[in-house]
Design a binder for this molecule. Structure first.
Ligand code: GLU
Length: 490
């Protein structure tokens, strides 16, 4: 049996990480078993439809490398893969349930439903449809409805008994049928609800495993009953654990970025986010945290998915991203940094960014950033002559009380650096150390001064390596500018 799974998002907005975790687990199950991963767009809720969503969904999946074998754009044997293009199928299925006595038309007006609801609330009983039309003949029901009213079709749930199913993650799950509603399967506008549409599609598309968010578990008994009514075999159900923020509240905007594309735009690497999301509810063992894509594919299995909530720990993601940045192959790091700087350095910095400079600087920043976006503040001085700092920043703590001393030190530094012909970092460092000794100051004090003058920052990549990349002429110019700011000594 080929494993066939699907990611079936509703295009109601930009997909958030929780949703993409569902896509990832489906994808992993498919790839682990050499099966098929399907993308299906569930756009039957026209009121919540967001036209940007489908592109954003595809972009998120592509960025994470979650390729689909069948889907709206690539087609496949069960096309179309967009529910709004499959309406007749759902209508036929609803008719079929009507004919077999598993469903009925309901003509109740929204006003009546609201009244029933209000009354139930008043009596403090869980609101649900009172099955008014179920007890009437089709004719009677129609007569009671508004003239010309369009009916919905409701599923006839058993009034008693228990519905059970085996969830691959939760184990045996039971629901008392009494708690279930006669839910709508086809709306009055001819659109199906999720319950009908996904089930018909999962059956038609030969889906073997339904991995979906935990929020669907309470709907699962309805689906089990519908499979029975149709006489179809249900797929394996697996409800993935909910994702919580560190405060144990359901992950939401409050916890920071929630869409995958936001993470991309903040300088996270797809491989890091892949690894991180892959551990939200699944583990390889009790220890391993850095897991490659290949290892995930090799080992992913539903038996190691837990039912407890998964905690989305942003600090762990940052740490993990740093690990992935440190492990990037040199060429890829240079590509990523170049691209990032091209699009994020201020517009006044001349373009294109010199890739050679990025290549030389990359080893200096690799260890120092956790996210690509930090590269801008760390590397701008390589590309930009306009570096800004205040007199206080330049003097720092070491020279705060001794601006003349700072000016003298800078003058001498300039003199010795002018002598350096071979502008490599060792050749820059040696005379600077000698100068600190001559002046009787700590190297940190002198280097700090030069650091601000050359980079504009009190914290920067290693100073002499950076100076080597900035180049002799520009370094000397920047030291002169610093002297101008302090006032030259007499
Ligand atoms: N369209 C549903 C959603 O976006 C899909 C749930 C499922 O995977 O069946 O939540």
């Amino acid at each position: 049996m080929t494993v066939r799974v699907r990611y079936a998002p509703s295009p109601t907005g930009i997909p958030h990480v929780g949703n993409i975790r569902t896509a990832l687990f489906n994808w992993l199950l498919a790839r682990h078993h050499g099966g098929v991963f399907i993308l299906r767009i569930e756009d039957t809720d026209r009121a919540r439809y967001d036209p940007r969503a489908v592109d954003a969904i595809m972009e998120s999946l592509r960025w994470l490398g979650l390729d689909w074998d069948e889907g709206p754009d690539v087609g496949g044997p069960y096309a179309p893969y967009v529910q709004s293009e499959r309406l007749p199928l759902y209508q036929e299925a609803a008719e079929r349930l009507l004919r077999s006595g598993h469903a009925y038309r309901c003509y109740c007006s929204p006003e009546r439903l609201e009244m029933v609801r209000a009354e139930q609330m008043r009596q403090k009983i869980p609101p649900k449809y009172d099955r008014h039309c179920r007890l009437l003949s089709e004719e009677e029901a129609r007569e009671r409805g508004e003239p010309g009213a369009k009916p919905v079709i409701r599923f006839k749930t058993p009034l008693s008994g228990i519905t059970r199913f085996e969830d691959a993650i939760r184990g045996e799950v039971e629901f008392d049928n009494e708690t279930l509603d006669d839910f709508v399967i086809l709306k009055s506008d001819g659109y199906p609800t999720y319950h009908l549409a996904h089930l018909v599609d999962d059956h038609e598309m030969r889906i073997t495993h339904v991995l979906r968010g935990d929020e669907w578990i309470s709907s699962a008994p309805r689906h089990v009953l519908m499979y029975e009514a149709f006489g179809w075999d249900p797929p394996v159900f697996a409800h993935l654990p909910v994702i919580l923020g560190p405060d144990k509240a359901k992950l939401s905007k409050r916890h920071g970025a929630t869409s995958v594309l936001e993470y991309r735009d903040q300088g996270y690497l797809p491989e890091a986010l892949f690894n991180f999301l892959g551990l939200l509810g699944w583990s390889l063992d009790d220890r391993t945290v850095i897991i490659s894509r290949e290892q995930f594919i090799r080992h992913f299995d539903l038996s190691r998915v837990v039912k407890n909530p998964a905690i989305f720990d942003r600090d762990k993601l940052d740490w993990m991203n740093g690990v992935y940045i440190r492990e990037l192959p040199e060429e890829r790091l240079v590509d990523l940094l170049t691209e990032w700087l091209e699009s994020h350095l201020p517009a006044r910095v001349p373009r294109p960014i010199d890739r050679e400079v990025v290549r030389r600087a990359a080893p200096l920043v690799r260890e120092r950033i956790k996210r690509l976006d930090e590269s801008v503040a760390m590397m701008d001085f390589f590309f930009w002559d306009e570096i800004h700092y205040s007199r206080e920043e330049l003097l720092g703590k070491a020279y705060a009380a001794d601006p003349e001393g700072a000016a003298r030190a800078l003058t001498l530094a300039l003199e010795s650096l002018e002598q350096v012909t071979d502008w490599r970092h060792e050749a820059i460092e040696a005379p600077m150390r000698a100068l600190a000794e001559r002046l009787g100051v700590k190297t940190g004090a002198l280097f700090g001064l030069v650091r601000v003058a050359v980079t504009g920052k009190s914290v920067s990549p290693p100073l002499f390596e950076s100076m080597a990349i900035v180049g002799k002429e520009r370094c000397l110019r920047r030291l002169h500018a610093a002297l101008d700011l302090l006032g030259r000594p007499d």
